[in-house]
Design a protein around this ligand. Sequence first.
Ligand SMILES: *Cc1c(COP(=O)(O)O)cnc(C)c1O
Length: 416
Amino acid sequence: MNHFTYRQGELFAENIPVADLAARHGTPLYIYSAATLRRHFEAFDSAFDGLPHLTCYSVKANSNLCVLGLLAECGAGMDIVSGGELHRALSAGVDPQKIVYSGVGKRPAEIEQALATGILMFNVESMGELDRISAIASRMGKTAHIALRINPDVDPKTHPYISTGMKKNKFGLDMDNSLRAYERAMDLPGIEPVGIDCHIGSQLTSIEPFLEALDKIVSFGDKLMARGVPLRYLDLGGGLGITYNEEEPPHPAQFGEALSAALENHPMTLILEPGRVIVGNAGILVTEATYTKSTPSKDFVIVDAAMNDLVRPALYDSYHAIGEVKKHGRPEKNVDVVGPICESSDFLARGRELPEIEPGELLAVFSAGAYGFTMSSNYNSRPRAAEILVDGDVAVVARKRETYEDLIALERDCIE
Ligand SMILES: *Cc1c(COP(=O)(O)O)cnc(C)c1O
């Protein structure tokens, strides 16, 4: 069941009319559904019930504290990619022993912060990083538990900007170098190799690339174990896709079944790092039409949300379904839905059939819960949108709308 539904032509977020939330909190407005978040996490996590496993939600998909707190309550661990995300995860009450730290460019201060916290493991992406973690851990008198992120050279068949496990990508270590890196990790002070990791990309709509990667990682891991590397964790990353338009990604249950079959009786604990599949369809972006405009070649609906609020269409030419918050039953028209920003890439949809919209009316941009707010910016000095978390009949402000004063607060010193 979807928790963003129309009742008598009016869009609801769980039991609350979206128009009421927009009237109270203004637009552009992100709205998340708590019931959807719980359902998605549980559907994903329970798909692996047959295996020892840990589901580490990928914080960068949606890092709002209320969202992290809700998922932590469901038992989620977290996959982080920065010191800032570590701070968020800890602030939301996540158990440090359920945190894995990925990313190609961990800085010394971030490594220190993670070691002081006592996270579950670092997913190490280069020899340089391995040496640096060893040096810092030794100095601190700590032991860093690490996995090496392997680049399995698998084509995830997704958008090139979000494919990460092919030879040409900057991520991870190739198989040959990894063997040397594990040997080195065994000798380095302050380092204990405990896992093996990969993450091949995002918005994958079939299981095959995952199975291909898993196969390579498992046989490599077995080889390492035979050589005495004490591996306990097999981290397969995130990347399961969602339906934005007509994609038909596997259901998490199918995904779980396929992986569980492939890993039957394997001694390692499986770690998964889902992001988009948990939050993507748990959020919408509500925007108000400011103007409509017809040119000889096109019709535009100019709305108050822009690429600074939701950059995915501009960045990946990605599709988001758009619908009226109140259906008026007017005839459809082919339009571009665009924001007010001074860039031609500032669109939310192009060439879209939408019922005729009048200025002042509200539109909902669907599937905006992942890589929406987290990729937003202040470009054109636009305060960032507010975020609302709805749970049944209750709505809480998960993040206040930024003010003009917020925009300049950190620059005040230069004029005072
Ligand atoms: C972004 C990322 C994820 C999450 O990817 P989704 O496509 O949102 O599931 C998981 N692991 C790593 C290392 C990532 O960078």
